[in-house]
Design a protein. Structure first.
Length: 129
């Protein structure tokens, strides 16, 4: 199964945790920063290592993520490393999709159903979507 890096704004933490739980339940390993970075560790080093070892990156796109420096950093690093990126649009406003992701088909998702999003990601990872 895949090792997935989840990029999100802290304002979207509830959905991110639900998605992580659903993806893990489907057999994937999901990296979610706050849970895997130990107190006192370098945020940048831990994030770069997690991105380096991930096989895919899921980025949650919302009004909050549009303004997040961390999401921008993670997306830039993932793009530079050539990672497969799965953009998930949780907003009604498609202008929150950053320029560098406008060339990638994104999933417009229901923010109340992280389990459905997880199933869609799992199918895409398996080459079924």
């Amino acid at each position: 199964m895949a090792s997935i890096f989840l990029s999100y704004s802290h304002a979207d933490e509830q959905f991110a945790r639900g998605l992580t739980s659903a993806l893990n339940g489907l057999g994937h390993r999901t990296w979610i920063g706050e849970e895997q970075i130990a107190y006192g560790d370098s945020l940048i080093d831990a994030t770069q290592e997690a991105l380096r070892t991930s096989s895919a990156v899921v980025v949650l796109l919302t009004e909050a993520s549009r303004n997040s420096q961390w999401v921008a950093f993670e997306l830039g690093a993932a793009t530079a490393q050539g990672k497969r990126i799965f953009p998930i649009l949780l907003s009604e406003d498609p202008s929150v999709v950053p320029f560098q992701l406008q060339r990638i088909q994104y999933l417009r998702a229901d923010p109340s159903d992280p389990a459905d999003v997880a199933r869609t990601i799992a199918k895409a990872l398996a080459g079924e979507a």
